[in-house]
Design a binder for this molecule. Structure first.
Ligand SMILES: Nc1ncnc2c1ncn2[C@@H]1O[C@H](COP(=O)(O)OP(=O)(O)OP(=O)(O)O)[C@@H](O)[C@H]1O
Length: 277
């Protein structure tokens, strides 16, 4: 997946109250086939906007996305969005957002299978069971409503639903952020296994640097819509070059961590940036 010069500005308010935010500024990056690229940055740095543009939920003001050699439309119409969904699927932080509370797990997965692969009847049931099995769930889970499942199980259903389209790329937006650490580790293991077996490509958005170490070979660091540092995960996390990356790393909770220099909401303070230099 090659992303070149992607820019997006949001303007809100009217008249004198108008306010513009550059959510993405000339973002260029490549994710190699079968690899995992992590995108990190504080809240508001543009990560979700990038994800939404990739899956066609948002249009970009400028730039291009090329998937497997084919440019994808930047302001996709409905039919194009559906075609895109066969290539790129997204998994969100909160499966309650992507799973309908009144729809069973089996029905949520069937919906995607029917839309993209036109299977029905016994074949549909077989494919649902197969997808549940691939994400470590049982055929009986097909009858469960999201509210009857644990957080980890719901996220497994969301992953199975995404896989039902048979995409090449999964965009995972804080996909394990809502889970307890032990459940998080299980879901990360599952994602690693699925990537290996299905040769999937991941764009993994997270604010959690310990997750980055577990999942990705490459990482980009975003701040105010721009990529300010990039490289191998080991290099960026162990020898960060940019003060903002140092600050992110030094603010991450770890044994013995004291929240003295934790990033607050919004931007780091100037003295924090200075201290990290
Ligand atoms: N629909 C929108 N309308 C107006 N401004 C928006 C919209 N979506 C995002 N923004 C702004 O664009 C900037 C980037 O937001 P984005 O959600 O992409 O960041 P993020 O890094 O994903 O943050 P978070 O981790 O909190 O989701 C922020 O300043 C945000 O307020």
């Amino acid at each position: 997946m090659e992303i070149t010069g992607l820019s997006k500005r949001f303007t809100t308010g009217r008249g004198g109250q108008r306010r513009s935010v550059d959510a993405l500024v000339d973002v260029t990056l490549t994710v190699a086939d079968g690899s995992c690229l992590a995108v990190v940055g504080e809240s508001g740095s543009g990560k979700t906007t990038l994800a939404r543009i990739l899956v066609g939920l948002e249009g970009a003001d400028a730039g291009q996305v090329v998937l497997a050699g084919r440019p994808v439309a930047q302001r996709p119409r409905r039919a194009e969005r559906r075609a895109r969904a066969r290539d790129i699927q997204m998994v969100f932080q909160d499966p309650n957002g992507s799973l309908n509370r009144r729809r069973t797990a089996g029905s949520a997965i069937s919906e995607v299978l029917t839309a993209h692969h036109r299977v029905r009847g016994a074949e549909l049931r077989r494919r649902v069971d197969d997808l549940l099995d691939q994400v470590g769930l049982l055929p009986a889970h097909a009858r469960a409503l999201p509210g009857e499942l644990s957080g980890g199980q719901r996220q497994r259903v969301a992953i199975a639903r995404a896989l039902a389209a048979e995409p090449r790329v999964l965009v995972l937006d804080e996909a394990v952020a809502a889970l307890d650490v032990s459940v998080q580790a299980q879901v990360l293991n599952l994602l690693a296994e699925l990537r290996r077996v299905r040769r999937l490509t991941y764009l993994f958005i997270t604010h959690d640097l310990s997750v980055v170490r577990q999942v990705s070979e490459q990482v980009v660091v975003m701040r105010r819509g721009e990529i300010i540092e990039r490289g191998s995960t080991e290099r960026v996390l162990d020898q960060p070059q940019h003060p903002y990356t140092m600050l992110l790393r030094d603010s991450a909770p770890r044994p013995g961590w004291r929240p003295r220099r934790a990033l607050g909401r919004g931007e780091p303070r100037a003295e924090d940036m200075e201290a990290a230099r």
